[in-house]
Design a protein around this ligand. Structure first.
Ligand code: AHR
Length: 531
């Protein structure tokens, strides 16, 4: 009776309504699943009972070139600027960078290093020569020179890494710069340094002979560079207790022939060989891809390309192992990061780009790879520190914002100087079109207080990952952490909304007997601390 009232046309009407209800429910659950699909299931075994070597803090190094608005405006505003500063260096930027505990800072280039003549940048600022910046455009006032750079390093607590000029300089110029900076004697150059305001010599632990000498640094063949390197390196002298590690120009990307020649002919004269690799979403220097306007296709291709650095490190390391099985020579990845097309209307030579959640994921993946290869990778310097390429900080006159990459460096600093802990990670692939990447990237370390730190990146923008994690040797009793994620792949901080993307406390874990079940959100970077 009741049924008839509701379905006056009998059984057929009832069936139709039931079918409609079922299809409605499947449509709803389809959309719910599409938005909230089942998480990827992964397992992670942390071998805390098999500790490896120390993660060199210098893997968290930075790079500051005379390029665009990095030095001038980004760091240096001059003592008379209305922007609050200490001896000409802006307080907001230096304050933010101090939080990263920057271990080492490379300067003055890049391509600019091979056109830089250090004597232009000392003495009274208003009498310093103005020179065209032949690499990147504009005129350099030389207001920021050796003393200003060393002051910055001291404010940051970072060790200086000076990149010498091989391309257009001379061994004598290089030798004199080192004497000027590091000698405590009463030589004319050490006396000149004192007259210019610095009594005590500085320590210069790292000095490189040229930059990209196969390209902007002189278009050399490896055989020629190896000989030049040996000649210049002979004039890098240690003064007054300073001990310099000499770094040679290494390859970029997959230029294995360069590494082979350098290691065969000059390994015994160097402590480090550089490697440069930039992540371009498209892999095409003519149309690299936008920093902010991209879909999942470019998200995925960016991650495919950034992961290639692991293959480059492995293959260059294998060549180095042949000539240096004791791993005495470090592989210094002294330029890495994302490189996008300049924003429409912006100065092409300034290499200014915005920074999104995608950059945070790229940074997390690269730092995990460097940690995991820290037996050979002894230094890495992201390009670059402020306002250029994958920057930590962006400025617009008196305004400053922290990028998603900054937050990753802040979260990962716990790995600096800690002991690498090996991992067994099994995770599904994240596939798109014909390519696929592992959906998770991770590295772990134990610090001197015995605390275990685990950094995990979820590359998949659509699916969370549920990781069943075990710590071999000791079960984790207390877990805490931070997560960096956002609603969209291209979320970014802007000068109007500088806090769109920033780390939040992480609570996505459950301790179950000897396991920790961790739920990592899609497209995120998580750093956990376990005791
Ligand atoms: O980081 C920008 C430039 O990229 C550097 O000056 C050069 O070394 C590299 O080609």
């Amino acid at each position: 009776m009741h049924r008839r009232k509701v379905f006056p046309n009998g059984g057929w009407t009832f069936c139709l309504a039931a079918l409609t209800l079922i299809s409605l429910m499947s449509i709803i659950s389809y959309f719910a699943l599409a938005q909230n699909p089942e998480p990827d299931r992964a397992t992670l075994l942390i071998h805390s009972d098999q500790p490896k070597g120390i993660i060199n803090p210098n893997i968290y190094g930075h790079f500051a070139e005379h390029l665009g608005r990095l030095i001038y405006e980004g760091l240096w505003v001059g003592e008379d600027s209305p922007i609050p500063n200490t001896r000409g260096l802006r307080n907001d930027v230096v304050g933010a960078l101090k939080e990263l505990r920057i271990p080492v800072l490379r300067w003055p280039g890049g391509c600019f290093a091979d056109e830089y003549h250090w004597k232009d940048g000392i003495g009274l600022r208003n009498q310093r020569p103005k020179r065209p910046n032949a690499s990147w455009g504009g005129v350099d006032t030389n207001a920021f020179g050796t003393h200003e750079f060393m002051d910055l390093c001291e404010m940051l607590g970072a060790e200086p890494y000076i990149n010498g000029n091989l391309g257009s300089g001379s061994p004598q110029e290089m030798m004199e710069w080192i004497e000027y900076m590091t000698s405590d004697s009463d030589s004319t150059l050490a006396t000149l340094r004192r007259q210019n305001g610095r009594d005590k010599p500085w320590k210069v632990p790292y000095f490189a002979v040229g930059n990209e000498s196969w390209g902007c640094g002189g278009e050399m063949r490896p055989e020629h560079y190896a000989d030049e390197y040996r000649r210049y390196a002979a004039f890098i002298k240690n003064h007054s207790g300073n001990r310099i590690q000499k770094l040679a120009v290494g390859p970029s990307d997959a230029n294995y022939a360069w590494t082979e020649v350098l290691m065969a002919q000059a390994a015994r004269y160097m402590q480090g060989l550089s490697l440069h690799y930039y992540t371009l979403p498209t892999g095409n220097w003519g149309r690299k891809g936008s920093a902010t306007s991209f879909g999942e296709k470019e998200w995925h291709s960016t991650l495919v390309r950034t992961l290639r650095i692991e293959e480059f490190i492995q293959k260059h390391s294998a060549i180095m192992d042949k000539y240096d099985p004791q791993k005495r020579v470090g592989l210094m990845v002294d330029e890495w990061g994302t490189w996008y097309d300049a924003e429409p209307g912006k100065n092409l030579g300034a290499l200014y780009q915005q920074n999104t959640l995608r950059d945070a994921v790229v940074a997390g993946i690269n730092l995990n790879i460097f940690n995991n290869h820290s037996d050979r990778v002894r230094m890495a310097n992201i390009a670059q520190m402020v306002n250029v390429l994958q920057a930590m900080v962006l400025t617009d006159r008196e305004k400053m914002l922290l990028t998603p990459t900054y937050h990753v460096f802040r979260m990962y600093k716990v790995h600096q100087g800690a002991t690498l802990i090996p991992l067994d990670l099994t995770a599904p692939e994240y596939a798109l079109d014909n390519a696929s990447v592992p959906s998770l990237s991770a590295s772990a370390s134990r610090d001197s207080n015995g605390i275990l730190h685990l950094s995990i990146v979820n590359l998949n923008p659509n699916r969370a990952a549920e990781i069943a994690m075990k710590v071999a040797g000791s079960a984790a009793k207390n877990v805490s952490g931070e997560v960096l994620t956002a609603a969209t792949m291209n979320a970014m901080n802007t000068f109007d909304s500088p806090k769109v993307i920033q780390p939040a406390p992480f609570s996505g874990y459950k301790i179950r007997n000897d396991q920790v079940i961790v739920s990592i959100p899609p497209k995120s970077v998580v750093v956990l601390e376990m005791r």
